[in-house]
Design a protein around this ligand. Structure first.
Ligand code: ASP
Ligand code: MG
Length: 408
């Protein structure tokens, strides 16, 4: 008997009819002889609605109370799905995170799962029941309810699959898999049959929001095969898996992009040891993530120091740098929020030369100016003006032969 964890997102359980459809789908799987654990999100829009109510009372709601509130969304769906399964004659039992229990640290609103006690779930499975678990929530050692950050139901599902030794974790969502790029930008984007955990991690952290980044890290660390599927259409979806299983990796698997970027340049600072630390130390102390960093060649003992931050941290970063720049005797601090980052991602880069050249040549042909470049083993990113985003994505998608029907 195979053990499958199935996770259904907010749109998949967005109405009573859809909850009934999920129940049927789950029952079919169970009748085929599988053990089934179902993780569900709150009905679509519900977490936002709860959050808005909290914000209407306080601009900074107490995190412990906020978690108690936000966790109610998933508690509603597990109970309704349980009833829907009963009504079609399927034995089933639902558990909140606390009932499992899924133990987390006490970082309210972004808690990390520390341990899952699987005994109660295993017992229920042994008696032939479908087990339904509330996504996105857990409980601290002290008995307080926590949540795992937005999109956290994915992480619940993967963590349960790891803890129970499930054969596969299926993530049902409103798209039918992972695409070579965002189809809203490039309509000729293609569904991938497979993608590696590492590639998925890069795509997810670059804004492809199909899976919560943390769930991918979890799946990678615990070797849980994850399949992303549509809950509205039949199809094989995309398997997220280890690199060994990804036969004949293409050079580039996808083009990812992020609009959530801003660029800051500290102009003409002295070129001496300690400057990077003097500039970026206060930024990191303020919990602002720095991404791409560029330091120019020194001219007459002065250098320009440029880096990117998330766009919503831009104002704070500029305020911090005002003081720092004065202290360092810098000439100026320049900011630009109309930039984006576009990346080619692929584990195939490890064994193929010339990926960067292809990328730069394609952008040059379209006259797109590259402002910054950064590379890792499986990714090349460029920072460009935001107005070129669509053109750059389509150009690179074509340059790497990713479109539907292209021979790779
Ligand atoms: N309901 C939560 C959210 O909207 C968790 C999830 O859906 O994964 O973020
Ligand atoms: Mg989600």
């Amino acid at each position: 008997m195979a053990l499958i964890v199935q996770k259904f997102g907010g749109t998949s359980v967005g109405s009573i009819e859809r909850i009934r459809a999920v129940a049927e789908r789950v029952q079919t799987r169970h009748r085929a002889g599988n053990g089934v654990v179902v993780v569900v999100s709150a009905m679509s829009g519900e977490t936002d609605r709860l959050l808005q109510m909290a914000k209407a009372i306080s601009s900074q709601p107490n995190p412990r109370e906020l978690d108690a509130l936000l966790s109610t969304g998933e508690q509603v769906t597990i109970a309704l799905l349980g009833m829907a399964l009963h009504s079609v004659g399927q034995e089933a039992i639902s558990f909140t995170g606390a009932q499992v229990p899924i133990e987390t640290d006490s970082a309210h609103t972004k808690a990390r799962i520390e341990r899952i006690e699987g005994g109660r779930i295993r017992q229920a499975l042994e008696t032939g029941k479908v087990v339904i678990v509330a996504g996105f929530q857990g409980i601290t050692a002290e008995g307080d309810i926590t949540t795992l950050g937005r999109g956290g139901s994915d992480t619940t599902a993967v963590a349960l699959a790891a803890a129970l030794g499930a054969d596969e974790c299926e993530i049902y969502t409103d798209v039918d898999g992972i695409y070579t790029t965002d189809p809203r930008v490039e309509p000729r984007a293609r569904r991938l049959d497979r993608i590696t955990f590492e590639e998925m991690l890069e795509m997810a952290s670059l804004g492809a929001k199909v899976l919560q980044t943390r769930s991918v890290e979890f799946a990678m660390n615990y070797h849980v095969p994850v399949r992303v599927l549509s809950s509205f259409a039949e199809g094989p979806g995309t398997l997220v898996t280890n690199e060994e299983n990804a036969m004949e990796a293409p050079r580039v698997s996808g083009i990812a992009f992020s609009r959530n970027e801003a660029k800051i340049t500290v102009v003409a600072v002295p070129d001496r040891p300690g400057i990077a630390h003097a500039i970026l130390g206060p930024i990191s102390a303020a919990n602002i993530n720095v991404d791409v960093i560029l330091q120019n060649v020194s001219e007459e003992g002065k250098t320009d120091f440029t880096f990117t931050v998330e766009r919503n941290d831009f104002g704070r970063a500029m305020a911090i740098l005002g003081d720092v720049a004065r202290h360092l005797g810098a000439q100026d601090v320049l900011g630009d929020t109309e930039i984006v980052k576009v990346s080619a991602v692929g584990v195939g880069m490890r064994s193929h030369a010339g990926i960067a050249a292809t990328m730069f040549e394609a952008l040059a042909r379209e006259n797109i100016n590259i402002q910054m470049i950064s590379t890792s083993e499986i990714k090349i990113s460029v920072v460009i003006a935001e107005k070129y985003l669509e053109l750059a994505v389509r150009t690179l998608h074509r340059a790497f032969g990713l479109e539907q029907g292209a021979s790779t």
